[in-house]
Ligand binder design. Sequence first.
Ligand code: SAM
Length: 461
Amino acid sequence: MPAPSAEFQGAPGPSRTPGDGAGKTFVIETFGCAMNVHDSEKVSGTLVARGYRQVLSTEEADLILYNTCSIREKAAEKVFSYLGALKKATRNAPKIIGVLGCVAQQEGEAIFERAPQVSLVCGSASYTRLPELLDEMERGNRRVTGLDLDTDECFETELTRRDNPFRAYLTIIEGCDQRCAFCVVPTTRGPERSRASNLILDECRRLVGEGYREIQLLGQIVNAWEDPAPARLTFAELLGRLADVPGVRRVRFSTSHPRYFTPDIVEAIDSHPALCEQVHLPVQSGSTTVLARMLRGYTREQYLEKIDCIRRARRAISISTDIIVGFCGETPEDFEQTLSLLDAVEFDQVFAFKYSPRPKTAAGGMADSVPEAEKSERLATLLEHQRQIQWRRNQALAGQEFEVLVETFQPRHGQVVGRTSSNRIVNFPGTPDWIGQHMNVRVTSAGPNSLVGERIEAAGE
Ligand code: SAM
């Protein structure tokens, strides 16, 4: 099992491309989704291979990178407040500062006007050009940009510095072509680009060789993946092949879009124990009228058919979702439909957000008609409604046994914390040396967001 290291200095030998980073230090702060976290891991690997050393604070760093998120306005603004604070803190200690990711792509060169201390602005579709952009910066250019969206390439690199010692992220598709009315992703991450199945399987085997046992497949719409390789595997077939890689203990995937969620994915989960019994299937709204306005491409009834298919599986697959409240024109009746969908599905977890208008989206041109206070009230109502559902569902698990991968130790409580295949968090008495082990645990009690249990026996490696 690879150990987490704050100062990872090595990099895979053959593809090491030394640059002028020797002796310099960098820090990277990541905002937003798992894809951003994984992008940062690849950017870090690229820098380490050039001779940079990763540090944990901006004070120690020569190069400061912000990998940003612009999915909602608050997230996008956060980076500018960080840049403002940094300006004061680094007045007497000049640093090179870069803005990466979705805000970089969205704001482009305007970032140089708003934050003149920034030297690099680079969107995720240009990360393949990173070595070249770093060359320019190392030569002293103080206005370096990578903003081209017109790409059919994925960020292929073996120079990844993974942060989580147990779970390795593995990108299978980049970008997004869906154009949901509310979503900024197609304009910040570029067009969909699927990676070839042979490259994905090779990376999975390599990760297992490095000691990872849990692989999390990533994509904005992970199940829109289409194999560009001659094998022409379907997404479900790819899942099966990955689950069959010797040494793989768990495979997760996110995020699935209901439009591409087909019964063969459920069949694959049923027939491969290594595929986690978990599906994240964002619904966004329970009202067909709102879904049509969001350009989601399915109705409430069609979504419920997908849920029926998952519930009919032989394994008890947990289901989580994303919901937006207060989208343009959402009436109290539409919102009631979302609450009734929560009752109909009984999700295991819900991530809910207040609608935030975004530039260059279809909804950006619609009236943001639900007042902020009403959005907040609907969000609070929805979260409380779901809390009761989760509590009830979790309590029904008392007495059941699960295999748990132990991830952390909490010294204050003398407890370890881990996850089940269904992605439920379980706390149980244990010791730090259990971290990284799979253990069988019986659930003794439950709250709305986690379970409490007791170890029965080691599940073995
Ligand atoms: N690509 C995935 C999909 O379409 O299902 C998820 C992308 S996004 C990182 C995660 C969630 O953020 C979305 O599922 C949606 O619920 C929420 N979101 C996206 N745009 C939003 C907006 N403009 N306002 C509020 N929430 C938003």
